[in-house]
Design a protein around this ligand. Structure first.
Ligand code: GDG
Length: 466
């Protein structure tokens, strides 16, 4: 099937990351990829500024930076509490990451979520031209497509989910689940990272809503049809390879190797989030120290964990738990010349990070559940091809479907994590190179440009309902 060219692209996400002077700053790969798509299609990026105001004004702040125009609005306290800290991060995020125990269900949260999605639609609608193609990002904005349709929008609308889609029975716990999924049929195309997330979505549509799943990737509910696809997000692999070979990365590499004093370094880099399995990771590493006392001083774990979503109680608790755990493990095993865990609660520039990844013999990426996980891919991209490190990856990260030659582990099992660390430490160079090449092949083929193009191509196919 032929796809039409994209005329103007409108991207809508909860937050907008305006392009900065350098790609080596805090800006993530996603922001860079979306910015380059916007540049190519003369686009506009709409979202929340991240600022709080007393009363919502409806004012839009337009800015153009390096060929990318952004349009942002400020939100009022109640919106942020109910929509962002509430429904998005206290209800949907935990539930979609299998943490039923942490998910909170408040009508006020659901109401705030609905209100802000309607607000986004009110603000965006007047900006839309007839041929604009609209691409909405992530779980903060599930109902936005339907809100736009209600205000008369006939544009092509695409939606991409960056987090896992939970199994049907789990999603049924959400009081608004049926309505939320029904409203997703306002989109023309919905994309997921993995076949597993897509299958769970289809299960819900089929078994809870009575929808019909065609063999051609078209799903129908009542009189609405939507095209669904698996489209795993990648990183800007060639940029990351260059970054890892550049001067700032080389300096970071040297600094790390010097401070490692000949020992192997294991690295973890994650937003401080309970879904990333940091507590279980520390316990798996402790298990390794207990089971292999002879290896203790041969290795240390560097865990970089910049705090996130600090306004949410469960994030404050995980922060306290990890501080306590790192302290306890260090207290129990440290010696005058060795500390088992270096636990760091701050973020680093991307180029520094690239050097740190390269200095690590092992990348330890063990989320309990993760839509994709870009750190796993960045770790692979940053390695020295002649002497690469080993990636240990949770089988519950979306990335495990692609990086099948990593050492895949069950992150809940301290024993498996411990065994994997030993296996990685002892792996010979030939085996390391073989596994690394397989992983690298995958992230080179399906990089961030591939992701964006694959999604947009699907969005520009003849429309599902047409
Ligand atoms: C969501 C989904 C999905 C981390 N610390 C620093 C830093 N980072 C960067 C990493 C990486 C990014 O943040 C994190 O990406 P992840 O994919 O690991 O995780 P989420 O933030 O949870 O992202 C996830 C993703 O969306 C994309 O679809 O993969 O599953 O949960 O790029 O490098 N960057 C810098 N300093 C740090 O200290 N500069």
């Amino acid at each position: 099937m032929e796809c039409e060219p994209v005329s103007r692209l409108i991207i809508i996400s909860n937050r907008v990351s305006a392009p900065k002077g350098s790609q080596s700053g805090a800006q993530g790969g996603l922001a860079v990829a979306l910015a380059s798509a916007l540049r190519e299609h003369d686009g506009l990026w709409f979202g929340w500024s991240g600022e709080r105001i007393d009363t919502f004004t409806g004012e839009i702040d337009f800015q153009t930076n390096q060929g990318v125009t952004t349009a942002t609005i400020d939100l009022e306290d109640q919106d942020i509490d109910e929509y962002y800290n509430g429904y998005a991060n206290r209800t949907l995020w935990p539930l979609f990451h299998f943490r039923v125990d942490l998910a909170e269900y408040e009508r006020d949260f659901a109401g705030g979520y609905q209100r802000v999605n309607a607000r986004f639609a009110d603000m965006v609608s007047p900006l839309l031209k007839t041929d604009d193609v609209v691409w909405i990002q992530d779980y903060h904005l599930f109902p936005l497509g339907d809100e736009l349709r209600q205000s008369g929008c006939t544009n092509r609308l695409g939606f991409f989910l960056h987090i896992p889609w939970p199994p049907r029975r789990l999603l049924s716990i959400l009081p608004e689940a049926a309505e939320l999924v029904r409203r997703m049929f306002a989109y023309d195309v919905i994309g997921f990272h993995t076949a597993e997330w897509l299958e769970s979505f289809l299960d819900f549509v089929r078994l809870e809503l009575g929808g019909a799943v065609g063999t051609d990737g078209i799903v129908t509910l009542g009189d609405r049809s939507v095209r669904v696809l698996v489209c795993p997000i990648g990183i800007d692999t060639s940029e990351f390879v260059e970054l890892a070979a550049g001067v700032p990365a080389r300096l970071a590499y040297r600094k790390m190797r010097d401070s490692a004093d000949g020992r192997d370094m294991i690295v973890g880099v994650d937003r401080l989030d309970y879904s990333k399995g940091l507590e279980e990771r520390f316990l798996g590493y402790e298990r390794f120290l207990v089971e292999h006392p002879e290896e203790r001083k041969e290795v240390f774990l560097l865990q970089i964990a910049p705090p996130s979503r600090g306004a949410v109680g469960s994030y404050q608790r995980i922060r306290d738990t990890l501080q306590g755990l790192a302290g306890r493990i260090n207290g129990a095993y440290a010696d005058v010349d060795w500390v088992p865990i270096r636990y760091v609660n701050q973020g680093y520039a991307r180029d520094t990070l690239a050097g740190i990844y390269r200095a690590a013999k092992i990348g330890l990426v063990t989320p309990l559940r993760d839509g994709m996980n870009l750190v796993a891919k960045e770790y692979v991209a940053a390695q020295n091809p002649e002497d690469p490190g080993v990636l240990i990856l949770s089988r519950f990260a979306g990335a495990a479907a692609q990086l099948t030659e990593a050492i895949l582990v069950n992150p809940y099992s301290a024993e498996e994590v411990s065994d994997a660390i030993l296996q990685a430490m002892r792996m010979d160079r030939t085996e390391r190179i073989r596994r690394w090449r397989a992983c690298m092949g995958s992230i080179e083929t399906q990089d961030i440009d591939w992701w964006r193009q694959t999604f947009l191509d699907a969005l520009m196919l003849p429309r599902a309902g047409a």
